[in-house]
Design a protein around this ligand. Sequence first.
Ligand code: SF4
Length: 506
Amino acid sequence: MLPSFFDSVLQLIVRTSTDLPPDVRAAMRTARDLEPAETRSGQALTIIAQNIDLAVDHEGAICQDTGMPTFEVKTPVGANQIWMRQQIREAIAEATRRGKLRPNSVDSITGENSGDNLGPGTPIIHFEQWDKDEIEVKLILKGGGCENTNAQYSLPVELPHLGRADRTLDGVRKAILHAVWHAQGKGCSPGAVGVCIGGDRTSGYTQAKEQLFRTLDDVNPDPRLAELEASIMATVNTLEIGAMGFGGNVTLIGCKIGVLNRLPASFFVSVAYDCWAFRRLGVALNASTGAIERWLYRDPSHPIIPMLDQAGFTRTGREVALQAPLDDNQVRSLKVGDVVLVSGRVFTGRDAVHSHLMKHEPPVDLRGSVLYHCGPVVVKEGDRWRVTAAGPTTSIREEPYQGEIIKRYGVRVVIGKGGMGAATLAALKEHGAVYLNAIGGAAQFYARTIERVDGVSLMEFGTPEAMWHLTVKDFPAIVTMDAHGNSLHKEIEQESGQHLEAMIAN
Ligand code: SF4
């Protein structure tokens, strides 16, 4: 049986997790060219570019959230798909063992992490037969932050800032614009959307995700959809949401639309949002050996062009150095828009830690501390731990807990991405704390700001959910919610909503 199949799939997984395809690189380079380097979005895109280069140079995960692996496999008639499925599962487990994928599959009821990315529904593998004499395997790794910003609309519907979206292509356009506006920076913009018009609720989402297998620079063969894609791209980047929702010129790097027939009573528009860490690759395999015959999405005659021509994140001299632990005065002197460089002790904490802290005392003293919403990739080397990927996770999930945790335990700085809501904003003001937005997905970049791992608590929650005690040096982030009641996220959401209204009025 196909002696090289396992190795080929393993190579595909590792490469997908560590090396962005050329069309995404090209789109991100264009995005960088369109943002002045000294702006918040410009700085974010520079860090992202540096992160993309570091990931490929060191074969490290581009983002610590290595996402839900989704395989699309085409086989000649007669191929043994049961055996292939098993081989793909084993390759996923091996890539996880090697630290190329974070253990990301948890029991939905107990929260227990399977540790090897295997479990009911993980990975997703779709097979299809075709009449060619080769095997095609395509893979997309789509993380939770962007997955959570997916949206499905049942037309007609009344949409904020856009009015009624009818069962027409203009109604579809409004639904897509609403999805992008609603996502703001939470899905790690600039992202791309795959869209399905029609289908039922299930097939609509599947088809929307399948659109993400198209290259960003292709042209839709259906002229009506090609026009709609072009119109979305032309208008969405005038919303000024920008990279990470910091405000700026580039909000989306691609819009790909497919269509399915629907029932007369239904009219769904399904939107699958993918972040800038748009990890999608494929291979064509020899049907007799399983060896890789060629890579899809890349032209082998073109070597990888680095994203950055020179050193990455350049300091302007206006950055504020923060040394943890912090006191009330230091925190209250910060204001929205400040770029800070954090040094000292940082504790990680995401969903399981926040839920735990609502019922139990913290395992460490959190007074004056920095709490980082992060589920890192960590490997054990001898008796020491090393963090290999450590970007921020989506903070809004902790909104029900964050204010109370700040109040009870005296946390002064929360770092995450995408911003938080009204309850956290009020707690920041009342108790003297700030929210810092780090650059989502910049897992390699941030791993290099970690000088050492000093310890770990709550390891029973699994590696990504445990509380890691880290010493960091010059960790860059932007104050997006300050201790005076100001929120950049709220501001950009309101302003971009006004842009939508103006667009519709014209
Ligand atoms: S770049 Fe952002 S949205 Fe994408 S997988 Fe990473 S953390 Fe999630």
